[in-house]
Design a protein around this ligand. Sequence first.
Ligand code: GLU
Length: 510
Amino acid sequence: MKDVRVRFAPSPTGPLHMGGVRTALFNYLLAKQTGGKMILRIEDTDQTRFVPGAEDYIKESLAWTGIVFDEGVDGKGDFGPYKQSERKDIYQKYIKELLDSGKAYYAFDTPENLDKIRKEFEAKGERFMYNYGTREQMDNSLSMTANEVGERLAKGDPYVIRFKIPENQEILMQDLIRGEVRVNSNTLDDKVLMKSDGLPTYHLANIVDDHLMQISHVIRGEEWLPSLPLHYLLYEAFGWEKPQFAHLPLIMKPVGKGKLSKRDGVKMGFPVFPLQWQDPKTGDIYAGYREDGYFPESFVNLLALLGWNPGTEQEVFTMDELIKLFDLSRVNKSGAKFDPEKAKWFQHQHLQKKSTEELVDLFMPILQEKLGYIIEGKAIRDYSKKVIELLKERATFVKDFWDQGAFFFTAPTDYTPKAVKKQWKAQTPELMQEVIALLKDIEPWEATHIKEKLSDWINSKEIGFGKVMQPLRLSLVGDLKGPDLFVIMEMLGKDETLRRIERAIKKLSK
Ligand code: GLU
């Protein structure tokens, strides 16, 4: 097999959608698996769609995801420049080749004129196509003499260069995921290859660059499948060997039909972008996996299973495992439904795989931010470690350790009203005073010991366990949630435990 050289070729027209990251990932997996090369090429020839900040966003997203490039816009590789706007001169040579061999032609039709013709066709109930049936009647170099063309060019009339699609040709294509795809060339129109601004369109630049950069496999989204016949014809026009093609299935909405869009994310409250993105025009902010607390490895894992499966029951993978197991022939043809709950499930799984030490490292900055002051050292690390061990099994994000365990670090300032109503009764303050008296004398202050003493006392009083334990929990936690209360008491320490009960008596008995 030829050396594997794959590329990810985004256009900086906005933030990278998670589907784009999946495309990059599948390319990367193939490159790593085969010892091939992964290339980042920026396709920025459409100046009208340029969005400031998008290129940096794309690079940052890929770096966060863990997709590393061997060649690309950051100066690595011998096939550069890797940014199409810096390759303008290269395309000139190839467009000239097509013009000289009669496979492309100048077209001087003005946008107004094209629009008028389109409307005339529509009025007849037909769709206008600039193709074998109409091109001879249009304002182009096919319908004029060489002299006339020369004059028009010398005059500086604006023009585009179109590809002359061969008439009535069966185009038989191979796709690694879809198998054979057939199209008749008469269904295609004479696509513009070079625009009036002298820059190539996506189609020309893409083919020329894939050829010059010796790309072996073009792996991209299904939305590019309709362009494949044109790309085939272009390769043939140049007499170049084609790369292999694989068109990945679309990522679909969680409910209903259609492609997953940024609006779905906003509506249903999940990210569709790797990193948070602020639209420079509207100022709108879109959620990102990173900012929402996903680990890059969870993101990679969930993306890998959107459209691919290993053929076994295994669902949790590291990048290294994916590199070993990935196989283009196990990518589905049909769209992959995105399930935001499943996305969280992957994050939960990867959090469980992390060591407590790692989780402490990740938790410390969150803790400091929440507390509003810097706290460091072995004592707080050890304490946080215990908290994390208690909460880990049910946690999905690192921030859950705060959301579920803030009471370990700060005394509750308010108490869930519903819980108060249910558990804080008229006789509760008196009972809690008795609990304080009892707890004061407990030594050593250990969960099992506290449990023993408190249970004996409750039994001797012949009252229900809940009558004591629920208001006690409310006093310490501010709510009726949390792990084993005796463990909480041990961790808070005797003084803090007593203080919290006293405070609850004062606050809740008004
Ligand atoms: N620039 C195209 C994009 O934005 C690349 C498509 C391809 O990979 O050929 O998706």
